[in-house]
Write a protein that binds this ligand. Structure first.
Ligand code: AMP
Ligand code: MG
Length: 493
């Protein structure tokens, strides 16, 4: 008697069951000679999956799209989106498939999704493919964000396809398996609202409520409470980005999730010298998605979400608009609440002190004026708390202005009850030593694309514990050398 093999995943398909009209059933394009490049053991065990089975040839065939796992119902998801402010009514997964949903070991529903798995009905002019470099980039940046405790989609695996992908040059192809709380986007609501079926937005909102904001179902106005939940999740998310210097780079409405997870690691990068105008994306000429503009753009995107929900808020348009506007306006207070709390923690300040805001603003102004590395500065401040002010001082070309600020800051700290050791330790738990430094990421990806995965694996290991300073890893804590030049990142990878 043969024993049935344990299925790779126990898949459910609530999206497909509940949201007809928002997808096209589709199959991946077979990929020749797949090779597993990167596999996320920790995430696999969180999903309750058998890692060894996934890494074996039958598992890799699933991860690259050559085999459909039992229980999967693969679809390309439909969505619209405002891209750099211009509306596209039909984007959708041009090169990606939702395989289904897994209930993880904590009982959370997680999407399993392939990216780079071939053209779909939404591909428009695209080739449906992805290259090794950008998929490993998504992997390493997502893992870095996760370790920094910022909500994010994550990579389960990257599989090389031995396909050649035509970009500026020919590049080795790859498929990424992405895990997300869901792939519901602001653009999903925009797509639903732009279609003739008046019940579609409601079905989508009900699905999103059950999945991400179940408390909203109990509210007097569930759809307004749902909107409020999304506004709050995004305020918290973007505050998290700002506190570590993350620049998403392409905050189009199709790249903003309803869950509050970071999604779409295209042209994103971490800021080094503090400057709110920092932009890395080669196509962001106007600075729409500059570091300092991210909270504003999040609120702009949320206004687009509100527009799709107005008929659900109230049958009277004026009443609906007034209610939506109130919630939308609350974004600022929510954002400043999260950001202020995070900034005070970075400076070791207890919540609710009078002078805090001026201290925060003045330090940022100094970092900007003297082009100081954001991450390094916050990290070394714990040494100042312990009596060694030289490390922080050395980051400033004109230290006297910093000294004056540091005196005020130290005075504020000494008025608090906690002892310096406890303050310094708490600061080190929120100020990372290691972030994905642009030059390190590029080096690791270039090596990986040429067949050497060691620098990539080392970088992953460094970024998995960003708050623990480890001897020997000093180069990973340094900003790029001047020879690295101005950093440019790209969409449409
Ligand atoms: P992104 O810039 O990754 O957010 O993608 C924007 C839109 O373009 C989405 O609808 C993608 O599915 C689609 N897209 C991006 N690259 C490709 C590609 N190589 N082939 C087909 N569709 C693509
Ligand atoms: Mg996208």
């Amino acid at each position: 008697m043969s024993v049935a093999a344990r299925p790779l995943f126990a898949l459910d398909n609530s999206y497909v069951r509940e949201l007809e009209g928002l997808y096209e059933p589709w199959q991946a394009t077979p990929a020749p000679a797949p090779r597993l490049l990167a596999f996320n053991e920790e995430l696999a065990s969180e999903l309750g999956a058998d890692a060894d089975a996934l890494k074996a040839p039958d598992g890799v065939a699933v991860l690259v799209g050559n085999a459909t796992p039992d229980g999967a119902s693969p679809v390309a998801q439909a969505y619209a989106g405002h891209q750099f402010g211009g509306f596209s009514p039909r984007l959708g997964d041009g090169r990606a498939l939702l395989l289904g949903e897994v209930l993880d070991v904590h009982g959370r529903r997680r999407d399993l999704h392939l990216k780079g798995s071939g053209r779909t009905p939404f591909a428009r002019g695209g080739d449906g493919k992805a290259a090794v470099g950008p998929m490993l980039r998504e992997y390493v940046l997502g893992e870095a964000m996760h370790a920094l405790r910022i909500p994010t989609t994550r990579a389960l695996a990257v599989v090389a396809t031995s396909d050649q992908v035509a970009r500026e040059t020919m590049l080795p192809g790859a498929v990424l398996t992405r895990v997300a709380a869901s792939h519901l986007r602001v653009g999903t609501f925009q797509y639903a609202a732009a279609h003739d079926d008046p019940t579609l937005v409601r079905r989508l909102a009900d699905h999103a409520i059950a999945r991400h904001h179940p408390h909203a179902a109990e509210a007097e106005n569930p759809y307004l409470a749902f909107f409020e939940g999304v506004v709050d999740a995004q305020a918290s998310l973007v505050a998290g980005w700002m506190l570590v210097g993350f620049i998403h780079g392409v905050m189009n409405t199709d790249n903003m999730t309803i869950s509050g997870e970071t999604i779409d690691y295209g042209p994103c990068a971490f800021m080094e010298a503090f400057d709110p105008a920092t932009v890395f994306s080669s196509i962001d000429h106007g600075g729409r998605y500059a570091y300092g503009n991210q909270p504003h753009m999040a609120q702009w995107n949320l206004a687009r979400l509100a527009e799709t929900l107005l008929p659900l808020f109230n049958v009277e348009t004026d009443t609906a608009v007034a209610a939506a506007t109130d919630v939308l306006r609350s974004f600022s207070d929510r954002y400043h609440g999260y950001w202020g709390h995070g900034m005070r923690a970075k400076l070791g300040l207890a919540d609710g002190q009078g002078e805090d805001e001026a201290l925060i603003d003045d330090l940022l102004a100094l970092l900007h004026a003297q082009r100081v590395d954001f991450t390094s500065c916050f990290r070394v401040l714990s040494s100042s708390v312990l009596g060694d002010g030289a490390r922080a001082r050395s980051l400033f070309a004109e230290p006297s202005a910093f000294d004056a600020w540091a005196d005020r800051w130290q005075a504020q700290l000494s008025s608090q009850a906690s002892d310096p050791q406890a303050i310094a330790e708490a600061m080190d738990r929120v100020n990372p030593v290691y972030i994905p430094r642009n030059h390190q990421v590029e080096e690791a990806l270039a090596a990986a694309s040429a067949g050497d995965l060691r620098p990539f694996r080392l970088l992953l290991d460094v970024l998995a514990r960003p708050f623990d300073e480890r001897p020997g890893l000093e180069p990973y804590a340094e900003p790029a050398p001047p020879s690295f030049g101005a950093y440019r990142t790209f969409c449409g990878t």
